[in-house]
Design a protein around this ligand. Structure first.
Ligand code: GAL
Length: 661
């Protein structure tokens, strides 16, 4: 089953969003039909939060409303992405099964009244979730409106209850085989943590001081596996009655505690939700980051932007609006990178309830509004891009991503609070995005040979196999940049002995790190090439590499800070500090130049995004997005699918989708 079935069914790319008609009456539904037609909506996600209405009491279903909505949508030509409503159990469920409520690390048991308040390891919850998924599949599995299944909604909730403790122990037995092995892996010989019975092991609940790091990392791995098992149960219950593709909407990057590579292998199509955390061009860079990750988790193939906001930027303690034109620009940023459409949360802005102020496709002001006009324009644009369906996006550069490495940077007792995983990945991606490149993400153990340049920020945890793979990548001609505090521990979080990073990688980099010297908050350290480092420094010596820049004062005066090693037919670079922005951009630029990596569409100024989608039959399209406040002439005019005419310049803030010649 693949996404091609979805786009074939839709006759092109998807456009639409979450549709929650239970909030409205028949008059409004009638208007919805008309407005969806105007906006060219062809896919609506239905039922995400409908559990309380679908199953008003345990085991008694009321499908009348959903029947009517699916029939109505079908009549209106809108296909349905039908959700299982398991992200929000109804009040009756939690009253009947209080043991299925989430327990926080400090032991507080939450109560209903919000959403996502369930424990995935609770047998009652799992039974109820399977049951309603099966009931929906049985009833709607062959419904003519049905194009896609949407299991759950953003699996986000962690739990630390007794059910979790029991499931965690089962998982630990499987992973470690014996208590001796677990004790060895976690290093329990220290701090009197030695376990003599499985029952003694708890989820990492609130404790006096640092938790055992291996315990924390294993809990994260366990939770991801448990979530995947819960997803699979629903998926399989659905598949027993329906042959439509199944997905779950993933939230990237750091909100969702899941191994997204593993999820990518289990879903029929990868779908993500994207909400930027900053306005303007930073939002565009974030869209590219999430979209590139989604495509990578989809194995490089097409995927789907399941949710985004028409005017929602989550900026700390407030929600900022998007700029005029962002609806199309952001939609195209995802489509450019392989999304088979653009969907939003939600269709009509709620009049009441928890998300009254969340933006929507039809705002409170109604269709006579800038937002609805932009939605309509975006719908018309997406409708013109049908020929892109099934095409894919390639990249010559990659940033490494590994959930274990991410989770490893969140354990207690690390030497600095400035070792954040996603900020480091974002920065690496941003430097490549600014250079006009399309970026893949790759796992350290993937075959990396197709990439000319690989950036490895925040790779604190690296397995032996990963270290060997990176060594081989360089030997075979790749250009690798390992950044500070990389290759430091193995998958058990055991420190590498005899010098960092992991031995095979030291060979490829031609260096040996002896000592970490974290910097104080705000402290800077000057480098001989005029750049500055912050947050971190290291004492290292070269073992074959050449030093390109050295520290210039203090104990490290004269020691290498940045090195390059010609190894086999490639180059291993090592950066031992966090460079200032200009220095980092210049370094990445230098790597690209030396590895002869050019932007996909040369000749465009910085600030114009260009990504190419390729069809298997050789056709290709350049998606262009101008983030500048001025028009940009195009070196070669081309046929623009958005306007249907030839374009020779991109207006300020404008977009084009050109057929490649
Ligand atoms: C998503 C979620 C939606 C909605 C949206 C608001 O993460 O799946 O249900 O709450 O956020 O931004």
């Amino acid at each position: 089953m693949d996404i091609r079935r979805l786009t074939d069914r839709l006759g092109g790319l998807a456009f639409g969003g979450d549709y929650n008609p239970e909030q409205w009456d028949a008059e409004v539904w009638k208007e919805d039909d008309e407005l969806m037609r105007r906006a060219r909506v062809n896919l609506a996600t239905v039922g995400v939060f409908s559990w309380a209405l679908l199953e008003p009491e345990e085991g008694r279903y009321d499908f009348d409303r959903l029947d009517a909505h699916l029939d109505r949508l079908h009549a209106a030509g809108v296909a349905v992405d039908l959700a299982t409503p398991t992200a929000s159990p109804p009040p009756w469920f939690t009253l009947a099964h209080p043991d299925a409520l989430t327990v926080r690390p400090d032991g507080t048991r939450l109560t209903h009244g919000s959403r996502d308040t369930y424990c995935l390891t609770s047998p009652a919850y799992r039974r109820a979730a399977r049951r309603i998924a099966a009931a929906l599949a049985e009833r709607y599995g062959d419904h003519p409106a049905l194009a896609l299944w949407h299991v759950h909604n953003e699996y986000v909730t962690l739990c630390f209850c007794d059910h979790t403790a029991a499931a965690f122990r089962v998982w630990l037995r499987t992973r470690h085989g014996s208590l001796d092995a677990l004790n060895e892996a976690w290093g329990t010989a220290f701090w009197s943590q030695h376990y003599t019975a499985w029952e003694q092991i708890l989820p990492p609940r609130t404790s006096q001081w640092h938790h055992n790091p291996g315990h924390l990392l294993d809990y994260r791995r366990f939770w991801s596996d448990e979530t995947l098992a819960a997803y699979r149960e629903q998926r399989d219950a659905i598949r027993a009655h329906s042959d439509r593709p199944v997905t779950t909407n993933l939230m990237v990057p750091d909100y969702q505690n899941l191994d997204l590579w593993a999820f990518g292998r289990e879903v029929d199509l990868v779908s993500i939700d994207h909400y930027p955390g900053a306005p303007g061009v930073d939002a565009a860079a974030q869209a590219a980051f999430d979209a590139d990750r989604a495509r990578s988790f989809a194995g490089g193939g097409p995927w789907l932007l399941m949710e985004s906001g028409t005017s929602t930027v989550y900026a700390g303690d407030r929600v900022l609006p998007k700029e005029p034109g962002d609806i199309l620009r952001h939609s195209l940023a995802h489509i450019a990178r392989g999304s088979e459409g653009a969907l939003f949360f939600q269709w009509r802005q709620s009049r009441a309830g928890a998300e009254t102020w969340h933006s929507a496709m039809v705002p409170h002001a109604g269709p006579d509004s800038r937002i609805f006009r932009e939605v309509t324009a975006a719908g018309a644009a997406v409708a013109r891009l049908g020929e892109l369906a099934g095409s894919t996006v390639g990249a010559e550069v990659a940033v490494l991503h590994d959930s274990d490495a991410w989770w490893a940077t969140t354990v207690d007792g690390l030497p600095s609070a400035e070792l954040g995983y996603h900020p480091a990945l974002r920065r690496a991606h941003r430097a490549l995005w600014d250079a006009g490149l399309t970026v893949d993400f790759a796992h350290p153990e993937h075959d990396l040979n197709r990439y000319r340049v690989v950036l490895a920020p925040a790779l604190f945890l690296l397995t032996d196999a990963g270290a060997e793979n990176l060594r081989r990548y360089v030997a075979d001609g790749g250009t690798l940049l390992l950044q500070h505090f990389g290759g430091i521990v193995d998958e058990r979080l055991h420190a590498r002995l005899g010098g960092y990073p992991a031995a095979p990688l030291r060979e490829a980099l031609g260096i040996r790190v002896e000592e970490h010297r974290p910097l104080a908050q705000g402290e800077e350290i000057a480098l001989s090439d005029g750049s500055t480092g912050s947050s971190w420094s290291e004492s290292l010596r070269t073992e074959g590499a050449e030093a390109l820049a050295a520290y210039t004062h203090g104990m490290l005066d004269g020691s290498p800070a940045l090195t390059r090693h010609a190894f086999g037919s490639g180059h291993g670079w090592y950066l031992s500090t966090r460079l200032d922005d200009a220095g980092y951009t210049a370094l990445v630029g230098r790597l690209l130049t030396e590895a002869r990596v050019l932007p996909g569409l040369p000749g465009l100024p910085a600030g114009v995004e260009a990504v190419t989608r390729h069809a298997p039959d050789g056709r290709a399209w350049h998606v262009l997005i101008n983030h500048l406040d001025e028009p940009v002439p195009l070196a070669r005019p081309g046929h623009d699918l958005l306007t249907g005419g030839t374009v020779s310049r991109l207006p300020a803030g404008g977009c084009a989708v050109l057929r490649a010649l």
